[in-house]
Design a binder for this molecule. Structure first.
Ligand code: PHE
Length: 440
């Protein structure tokens, strides 16, 4: 069998809806709640939100559409896709697009484990000593145990394959997640601190709007949150039918992703201000939300337990569907490159990521570094690679983008290609330089 025979035997998503929810399931993750809130808190609230909105639609949507186009045209996971579209010289990018999701999976699973652990706490009661509780569960044995449990669930889902595993999980979990999240936002709007929380969240500081650090963080947050630039969308789109509109789907997924992040902010900030613990958030770090939010719920008594359970379950579900997509990149790559069965490939990739994750589960310092390197640096590399490959190297990207698209959407394609060719790479190069300067 040569490689051109392969497209016929690839598994496909059963429906466009299934694809959109699976891609949204990847995009909507811890990034939308935990990372977005702490970035917004650091980056001057509304200024960050505004920049993040711009980055999502002006840069994120074109890059995602391009990434879909690359995946669907090549019908392969990233290593093969990049090679087919760009030739051997681009091979390194393919490997980067497999490496990054493995690193992200390893530490995301640890953080998802914290969320799950708090959901279990909510079944009893949240601790009255929140900082100590966080210290106890965030590293060491409990963190390892929860991380491994989540990896086991992720492995089980991916092993069932695209339709029965990934698609079905997304079809069930994503609607539930949206509904609970909206319920949480409505509940939060009644809290005594809601107004102050909204004010902090939604009033722009113009200083922050012009800060290069905030702009760069908004950009990398947008990419990380959309799951672009790391091979996930290539992989998912490789299972997508020709009848589906790539640009439309990229817009829907991005809108869903932005909305969840925005609504999560409407939940988080009122809670924090209701209890007057806003100082804790002002010098926000990775752990802040995992300390102040349970603290807030604990002080609200029984209602707090119930709402807290919903909150942390949403977080855990969001993390799980992202983990599924991250693992699928490695699994699909092993299947495509080595022709392993799905079962073996899932075990190899899953156990590999589970082992790597033990390190961030033991040390928050390691976790922080993994987040900085993959979440702020590698993701920009990946997005730049997508823009250059799709905009400049791929043959006739228009036709792939037009395939399955309505006439209205087709009219947007030239503008989208213009963005992908000129402004997007220019911006990304600047961000990359800024990130390199900051990380090293
Ligand atoms: N987009 C996810 C989030 O917002 C993170 C993620 C990145 C998931 C890359 C998959 C791939 O949490």
């Amino acid at each position: 069998m040569n490689s051109t025979d392969r497209p016929q035997q690839r598994e496909y998503f059963a429906s466009g809806m299934g694809f959109v929810l699976a891609a949204a399931g990847s995009a909507v993750g811890l990034g939308n709640m935990w990372r977005f809130s702490y970035m917004a808190a650091e980056g001057g609230g509304a200024a960050f939100v505004l920049l993040y909105l711009l980055m999502t639609f002006l840069i994120g949507v074109p890059v995602m559409a391009m990434e879909f186009a690359i995946g669907r045209r090549a019908r392969s996971s990233p290593i093969g896709a990049v090679r087919r579209i760009g030739g051997r010289g681009w091979g390194l990018l393919g490997y980067l697009l497999v490496l990054t999701p493995v690193i992200i999976l390893a530490y995301f699973s640890v953080i998802t484990g914290w969320a799950l652990h708090y959901a279990v706490d909510a079944l009893g009661s949240f601790s009255t000593a929140p900082s100590e509780r966080f210290a106890a569960i965030s590293s060491g044995q409990p963190a390892i145990v929860y991380h491994l449990a989540l990896m086991a669930v992720t492995i089980a889902i991916v092993m069932f394959g695209v339709r029965k595993g990934i698609e079905r999980t997304a079809l069930i979990l994503m609607p539930i997640l949206f509904i609970i999240l909206i319920g949480l936002a409505l509940w939060a709007s009644q809290l005594p601190g809601a107004e102050q929380g909204y004010a902090f969240y939604l009033q722009p500081s113009f200083e922050a709007l012009l800060s290069p650090t905030v702009i760069r963080q908004a950009a990398s947050q947008a990419f990380l949150s959309l799951s672009v630039g790391m091979g996930v969308m290539i992989t998912y789109a490789s299972y997508l039918s020709q009848q589906e509109s790539l640009v439309k789907n990229a817009m829907i997924v991005s809108l869903a992703d932005f909305s969840v992040a925005f609504i999560a902010g409407l939940v988080v900030f009122p809670i924090i201000f209701a209890l007057g613990i806003s100082e804790e958030i002002s010098n926000s770090t990775i752990g802040t939300l995992f300390i102040s939010i349970p603290h807030a719920f604990q002080q609200m008594g029984e209602l707090g337990q119930a709402v807290g359970l919903a909150f942390f379950l949403v977080l855990a579900v969001a993390g799980l569907t992202s983990s599924v997509s991250l693992l699928e990149v490695g699994v699909a790559s092993i299947i495509d490159e080595f022709r392993f069965s799905r079962k073996t490939a899932t075990l190899v990739a899953g156990i590999g990521a589970a082992i790597i994750g033990i390190f961030p589960a033991m040390s928050q310092d390691i976790l922080g570094h993994m987040d900085k390197i993959s979440g702020e640096l590698l993701v920009i590399f990946g997005a730049l690679g997508m823009a250059l490959l799709g905009g400049w190297v791929m043959q006739d990207p228009q036709s792939e983008l037009a395939e399955g698209a309505s006439p209205r959407i087709r009219r947007l394609i030239p503008a989208l290609l213009f963005l992908i060719r000129y402004p997007v790479p220019a911006f990304l190069l600047v961000f990359l330089a800024l990130s390199l300067a900051e990380v090293f």
